[in-house]
Design a protein. Structure first.
Length: 250
């Protein structure tokens, strides 16, 4: 395991109460960072704080990231608690329903886009403002290989994640003259609670497309994210990093 020094650094991890976000928060805390977890699941947040406190200083904020006011309030809390936000890992999101485009419910489409794309804008905008003011920051958005290749029966999720990729590239270019790096990762599916939202047919489809023949582990995603949010990543920005097990074709 590569070692990083995040002492004197603070980070916000959205969706940090479980899954990918939790694994990333654990690595950050183990490296000395102070971490604030944002999540909409109050019970999971409380449990995560208890289990993660053994690694370092962790705080929690219940927040609905689709609400700009709540995102800004959570940002203000993080700054009031730790003085600054050095790193943001935006991991929160949903899979949404599985259905072909011709049958996809319009209200479900809107829900997925709101949580997976619009909320990414709210979170990035609120946090990057403070990073610009302090002259330093690292942002990693968790996208998906679906955003590059488009998964059948997952059009809303695929479209939202494609939007996350484009948003990341735009923000990375806008802040490139500053000591701010904005990147995203596009993992293949990881076996987390998000699988509960998917049909077995869709899960089988995703696995069949991965040359490695297995799903990515959350600790593998965390390992890549650690370098991206470290001060060592002083040049790369507006980039997309695959964890697709060989699936990505571009």
């Amino acid at each position: 395991m590569n070692a990083y020094d995040f002492s004197q650094r603070s980070a916000v991890v959205t969706g940090g109460a479980q899954g990918i976000g939790y694994a990333i928060a654990e690595r950050l805390l183990d490296a000395g960072a102070r971490v604030v977890l944002w999540d909409c699941d109050e019970i999971a947040l409380a449990a995560a704080k208890i289990s993660l406190s053994q690694y370092g200083e962790v705080e929690i904020v219940k927040v609905d990231i689709t609400r700009r006011d709540e995102v800004q309030q959570a940002t203000d809390i993080a700054i009031a608690t730790f003085g600054r936000i050095d790193a943001l890992v935006h991991s929160a999101g949903i899979a949404g329903a599985n259905a072909p485009v011709v049958d996809y419910p319009a209200d479900e489409w809107a829900r997925v886009i709101d949580i997976d794309l619009n909320a990414t804008f709210h979170v990035n905008q609120a946090v990057v403002r403070t990073m610009i003011d302090q002259g330093y920051g690292r942002i990693v958005n968790i996208a998906s290989i679906a955003g590059k290749e488009g998964n059948p029966t997952a059009s809303a999720y695929s479209a939202a994640k494609a939007g996350v990729i484009a948003l990341t590239k735009s923000l990375g270019k806008e802040t490139a003259k500053l000591d701010i790096a904005v990147n995203c990762v596009t993992p293949a599916a990881a076996r987390t609670k998000i699988f509960d939202q998917m049909s077995q047919q869709h899960i089988d489809y995703m696995l069949s497309k991965i040359p490695r023949g297995r799903f990515v582990e959350v600790k593998e995603i965390a390992a890549m994210v650690m370098w991206l949010v470290s001060s060592e990543n002083s040049f790369t920005t507006g980039a997309v990093f695959d964890l697709s097990g060989g699936r990505a074709t571009y």
